[in-house]
Design a protein around this ligand. Sequence first.
Ligand code: FAD
Length: 428
Amino acid sequence: MNHNWDVVIVGGGLSGYVAANYAARTDLSVLLLEKGKVVGGRARTNKVKQQYLNLGPHALYKNGKASTILKELNITLHGQSPKLDGNLIENNLEYPAPFTPLNLFTTKLLNGKERIEWMRLLLKIMSVNPDKLEKKTYSQWVSDVTHSKKVEQLLYTLGRLATYSHAPEKMSAKVMISHIKIATKGVLYLDGGWQTIIDQLHNKAILSGVQVQTQTAVRQIELLKEEDQVKLVTSSNEEIIAGNVIWTAGPQELEGMFLDKNISFLNEMTAIKGAALDVALSQLPIPKKLFAMDISDPLYYAVHSAYARLSENSNNVVLHVFKYHHPDEQIDSTHDNILLEQFLDKLQPGWKQYLITKRFLPHITVNQRLPQLGDKQKLSALKSSLPRIYLAGDWASSDSILAEGAVSSGKQAAEELILNEKREKRAN
Ligand SMILES: Cc1cc2nc3c(=O)[nH]c(=O)nc-3n(C[C@H](O)[C@H](O)[C@H](O)COP(=O)(O)OP(=O)(O)OC[C@H]3O[C@@H](n4cnc5c(N)ncnc54)[C@H](O)[C@@H]3O)c2cc1C
């Protein structure tokens, strides 16, 4: 392998591949290193017994930054948007979810006063400018806008649905509201799963000359004298010299990379996590029941194959059940597995007779950073303390998370790098 590159990208997930595709539009030499055997990171889809299982429920915002950037890179996004109806559960009783105009007026989940308040708040969310909420947590914003316990529960449920965050008292209102705004414009479930995005990004990157090396973990980074090059050491003690590095792996791992730097913010970050139960069935006991969330317990259920092709056999069903973890919670995996199966028992009694395959992921990181107040300043201080190292990934953007953050920060890192390279060339 060549040991001298203009750009080395660490991590072969969504962010790394988006960065690679933008960097490859120039004449810079680009190497992408991925520690896993396969690429894709958390956007991987596993084919199990002819069923396509994403790592937990994955829905791409239809009108967000990620889909815009992916389209700009000529990535095709095949799939359909789920309908917004479905049920919300309170004290074991199911009610139509007040997310569609019809359900809004008819659901018995809300009394007259709550119904009007909920409608008012949905309109408010559409019109509010998230930038004005920079100094508030989501729970502060919620307590400013409603005194109704039920409406508060609905706002928290909508927040979990849009961002997977179950810590409203920590979560930035700005990030939460901006994501709810995009989520309510619709999402896409993708045919073949999110792997189809990764495969297209990978193929385009290779055709544009990017070299991809799997099973190569970076374990140390050192800024060389005069700060014009970076040395990376891999797990097999290979040394690679790079003009620039785009780091898209996790923040905690980055903390341990440098011999000479102590970056406490990286360690302070809390991730958004959850437990996922991914299930494939030969049929659904109750075919019409496609979506449900509990409003007091942080539980989610959705049948993704009702809208996307996720099986080699179109009669089969792929669904996801999910528990949103609180960051301070002590995780009991056995309990969570039982809880998710019981939730599914209630919604689809007898599902186990039709089981093709199931997979339980007890403690999966959905987003590497739970956005909190003051993160913007800390992130920008962190970025400027690491010359020649560009940060990307779902934790590295101050205003976006999930695929929105991963994709937009990947593009931004590549563009900043290209601009700096041009400036340097002009200066020399
Ligand atoms: C259960 C679940 C549900 C989700 N649902 C949604 C959703 O509905 N909508 C949405 O927008 N997003 C969703 N996401 C989030 C989305 O999948 C991620 O935000 C996105 O895939 C992250 O991409 P990334 O490139 O930032 O990180 P990753 O995918 O984690 O990629 C980082 C890569 O770096 C590699 N790596 C790590 N350390 C090293 C090292 N030292 N050297 C080399 N390589 C290294 C890793 O192996 C990995 O492949 C969900 C995630 C999960 C887990």
